[in-house]
Design a protein. Structure first.
Length: 66
């Protein structure tokens, strides 16, 4: 797992790698993947990385995935 540099606090990151989204949401990687496949959670691919925008994850959790 990549460590977040000390000068960038986790709550300041605009986009999260899957393992970071798992850590802060309490959801499993497979659940996040299923939500993405079902169209309930947007993930963007930048270079070789799949990222979840923090605001999209927050919105999902606030609505319960509805």
């Amino acid at each position: 797992m990549t460590r977040i540099p000390s000068h960038v606090r986790p709550e300041e990151k605009l986009a999260l790698r899957i393992n970071d989204a798992v850590a802060i949401s309490g959801l499993s990687g497979s659940t996040l993947y299923k939500l993405h496949v079902d169209g309930k959670l947007r993930a963007v691919k930048v270079g070789g990385r799949r990222l979840i925008l923090r605001d999209d994850l927050r919105a999902l959790l606030e609505t319960g995935g509805k």
